[in-house]
Design a protein around this ligand. Structure first.
Ligand code: HEM
Length: 536
């Protein structure tokens, strides 16, 4: 039924074409054409009536699952087609609709979604049946647009690929490349200090520096290639990358909504200026990745399949499980999954610390006791510092980069005993679960690193469920790069707090979360930095 609209549109376009032909050739077939148009109009009205009025009440297989009251015909349970913060509305349902693990709600044009709420339901979705759920068509479309990637791997292929990538993403392996992150963080803080001297009183943009450091880190740790965006902010790679690293325009909301009903991939091929720019940017980044990967492959062959390189792509190539072309796709995936997410979490961490001198001092004291000089730091051991770990974990909990994750059932599945047919949209809400008092206690809505400091709570923060912290998702399809991201975040935070006193320059605006699908500061976090003697 959902695919009706695609076929219907093809029919309408054909009718218009035939009508034009007949108008041009002046053939007297008006009656025939009018009948076809009337049939098309009637079929659309019947479809819309079924979909919007009858389906949610009488025909949905989820009739027994609780749903919010007051559904509107066009916008469903949302007050508008594209609310700025859909995750907030979903979070409200999470807290107010009594349920046994599932809530259903409707978006624009009656698009139906299930919210997965309780630990049991999350376990079914994320662990037991993790490979039944894949990326939604909207997500694929947006990723394809910015990466130029077809990323058409099935969930079964991803399962195999994850197995072969895993050795490169284990905590032990990441420890071996953490010095790369640290070197970049030293470069970042050198650059920040130089900027502070060159333009006294002008605030530093945490997003600008953090985003460049994170990009360089993915280049180095991901494929052993230095993008050098810290040294060359206006370099060619950064210029091209910035073309793809753009917030989707609001008009794409419609494309996203309609992609639930029909395949709109062709729209991305239309040579609008923006599409052209994004395609150029993606092409350039892909060409760099392709060149590096082919070089690595040639070296690997020359050394008879043995490599001492630690970057992820070299480890993956040595596994023999990937073609260079597949790895180009994955480099684009790592960039889109791991770059802004890490940079934004770093930005939120600094936002919280910059307002709390006492937290900065406590963290700085820990760092300086661990390493009296910046050069003495052993980055592989940073993660063992309790307060640094506590601050980073709390920032990850409090500001999950994806506040709501929407997936689609790629095959029939079940969640808490409920049959979930193929094609169902299913979502979980890290922003609700991560701040749920039922798991985190009465101060769940407070940024409190100390919850990770109590004996035995360094890994759980005292949460009462394995599914209470969903920033990296959970279960079998959790974030592949979580150890990478944690090690990188620890380096970023340690380097700046160890070296500077941080003062928030835009306290009125920094904390406002931008509208959209990710948790980013709308105005950015801007700070004044004052070097603290004794750590160079
Ligand atoms: C703070 C930083 C990060 C956050 C908050 C984060 C969050 C997430 C989340 C929530 C998912 C699951 C999405 C879903 O269920 O569809 C995910 C998946 C993924 N992440 Fe991350 N991520 C971060 C950093 C990274 C980094 C640095 C990399 C790689 C270098 C990475 C690579 C991936 C990959 C490959 C997947 C897909 C896994 C799969 O499909 O099985 N992420 N991430």
């Amino acid at each position: 039924m959902a695919s009706f609209l695609g076929s219907w549109l093809i029919l309408v376009v054909s009718t218009v074409g035939i009508s034009l032909y007949h108008v041009i050739t002046s053939r007297p077939t008006l009656l025939f054409i009018s009948s076809v148009v009337a049939l098309e109009v009637i079929s659309f009205v019947v479809w819309a009536f079924y979909w919007v009025v009858l389906y949610p009440v009488y025909f949905t297989p989820f009739r027994n699952i609780p749903t919010p009251p007051n559904r509107k015909l066009l916008t469903g349970n949302l007050d508008e087609f594209f609310p700025d913060y859909q995750w907030q509305i979903a979070r409200n349902f999470y807290h107010t609709i009594p349920n046994n693990g599932l809530i259903r709600y409707y978006g624009g044009m009656s698009v139906e979604r299930l919210l997965v709420t309780t630990p049991n339901a999350l376990r079914d979705m994320l662990t037991m049946n993790a490979y039944d759920f894949g990326q939604s068509s909207t997500f694929k479309l947006l990723v394809k647009r910015v990466t130029g990637s077809t990323f058409s791997f099935t969930t079964d292929e991803v399962k195999v690929h994850r197995k072969h990538f895993m050795p490169a993403f284990t905590t032990t392996h990441i420890k071996e490349i953490t010095y790369l992150f640290w070197d970049k963080c030293v470069q970042m803080t050198d650059g920040m200090e130089a900027q502070t001297h060159a333009r006294p009183g002008v605030p530093i943009s945490i997003n600008d520096w953090g985003s460049r450091a994170a990009l360089d880190n993915i280049g180095l740790a991901g494929m052993g290639y230095d993008f050098e965006t810290l040294q060359k902010p206006d370099g060619e790679l950064r210029r091209h990358y910035e073309k793809i690293n753009v917030k989707p325009h609001k008009s794409l909301n419609w494309v996203g909504l309609l992609s639930n009903f029909m395949n709109l991939g062709l729209l991305l091929q239309i040579p609008f200026k923006k599409n052209r720019e994004i395609a150029q940017g993606a092409k350039y980044v892909r060409s760099v990745a392709s060149r590096v990967i082919h070089e690595r492959k040639a070296r690997l062959l020359a050394s008879k399949g043995v490599t001492d390189r630690k970057d992820i792509i070299s480890v993956a190539l040595a596994s023999g499980a990937f073609t260079p072309e597949q790895l180009v796709e994955y480099v684009m995936v790592f960039l889109s999954a791991g770059h802004e997410s890490t940079a934004a979490t770093f930005e939120w961490t600094i936002y919280e610390l910059a307002q709390r001198p006492e937290m900065q001092q406590r963290l700085r004291a820990e760092l300086r006791e661990f390493a009296p000089k910046m050069d003495d730091i052993n980055p592989t051991r940073l993660e063992s510092l309790p307060y640094l770990n506590a601050v980073c974990s709390e920032a990850l909990r409090f500001y999950p980069f994806t506040p709501m994750v929407v997936k689609v059932a790629e095959r029939d599945s079940t969640i808490v005993g409920e049959h979930i047919p193929k094609g169902t949209l299913v979502a979980y809400i890290p922003m609700a679960t991560n701040r749920d008092k039922a798991f985190w206690g009465s101060d769940a809505e407070v940024f409190n690193p100390d919850r990770w400091m109590e004996p035995g709570k360094a890994k759980s923060g005292g949460a009462t469920s394995n599914y209470a912290m969903l920033s990296f998702s959970a279960g079998n399809r959790n974030c592949l790069g979580h150890a990478f991201a944690r090690a990188e975040l620890a380096c970023l935070v340690a380097s700046i707090v160890g070296r500077f006193d941080i003062l928030l320059a835009n306290p009125e605006t920094a904390g406002i979360v931008d509208a959209g699908q990710v948790t980013r500061s709308k105005a950015g976090v801007h700070v004044h930095l004052k070097p603290v003697d004794g750590w160079l």
